[in-house]
Design a protein around this ligand. Structure first.
Ligand SMILES: [Mn+2]
Length: 284
């Protein structure tokens, strides 16, 4: 029997974990031999804790790559795997041409929601609750207007009602405020690596009540250090502040830092990185 392996993106966030988990449950119920793996040695503490709170032990999925398996990517389309990629289920827009037998890349609030919409009859109540949580976390409780469809708010609230869940409690968890305790770790929140042609880019972000100038300077210096250590072409750092509902995007290269302010929470995956991708793919 064919062995399928589901894998999310590097440094998985909550949606990556939940969509992988849900797809694993679904395919098992349909009789497939499948496992959801997290090959990353380290998983972000906030993500780990929140998953635990909602009944998913991420450590159970921390397994090594399976050589020559058929891979299904969820919540991204980039990872190199030691086998064939047979399916991709994602919601991160890209201008890359992707050659894959089964590809869905849709504008929707979370990959968990995308899987749920495709197969809503197959999920248990506690799994539907995970969908609600993924929707909230991936959109910072619907503070990221570029990242969801208008209808997603309604659908998420309806799902909550249907399951008798307290929307406000889940909303609090969905905000996932980044801890500023140890800035040398804080700056890595949501760290992702991208390859655009020959260019290597890394990016991370924080979502906090507010930051002081000292904290901001320190975070940017950690990003710059990483840029140099990893010989990156660009480091993109986003600071989202709940108090004034703003985003500052820092484009850090070894020569300078460009700042782009937004008067709302801008989505890294849906807005910023596609722009960066276009820039590098056009550059010779
Ligand atoms: Mn996602």
């Amino acid at each position: 029997m064919k062995q399928y392996v589901i894998v999310g993106h590097e440094n998985p966030d909550l949606d990556s974990v939940i969509s992988g988990y849900l797809l694993e449950q679904l395919l098992k119920r349909k009789g497939y031999s499948v496992q959801f793996i997290i090959p990353d040695k380290e998983i972000d503490t906030d993500t780990k804790t929140l998953c635990q709170k909602y009944g998913i032990d991420v450590t159970l999925h921390q397994k090594d790559w399976v050589i020559d398996a058929d891979y299904i990517l969820v919540d991204h389309h980039e990872r190199k795997v030691p086998g064939n990629i047979v399916a991709i289920i994602d919601h991160h827009p890209t201008s890359k041409i992707i050659d894959c037998p089964y590809l869905i890349n849709k504008h929707i609030c979370s990959t968990a929601m995308l899987i749920y919409e495709l197969f809503s009859d197959f999920f248990l109540e506690e799994e539907k609750k995970l969908v609600v949580l993924a929707n909230l976390v991936d959109t910072v409780a619907f503070h990221l207007p570029d990242k969801y469809r208008e209808v997603d708010i309604q659908l998420t609230k309806e799902l909550c009602q249907q399951l008798n869940l307290d929307y406000q409690l889940l909303e609090q968890d969905g905000m996932m405020v980044t801890s500023l305790k140890d800035l040398s770790k804080t700056y890595c929140n949501g760290l992702k690596r991208y390859q655009f042609g020959n260019y290597i880019v890394m990016s991370s972000y924080i979502q906090v009540e507010k930051v002081t100038k000292e904290q901001k300077d320190s975070l940017i210096s950690f990003c710059t250090k990483r840029l140099i250590e990893e010989k990156l072409d660009l480091y993109v750092f986003l600071i989202m502040t709940f108090l004034d509902n703003k985003t500052m995007v820092y484009y850090i290269t070894k020569d300078d830092i460009k700042v782009e302010p937004y008067s709302y929470f801008v989505s890294r995956g849906s807005v910023i990185m596609p722009k960066v991708e276009t820039y590098f793919l056009q550059k010779k």
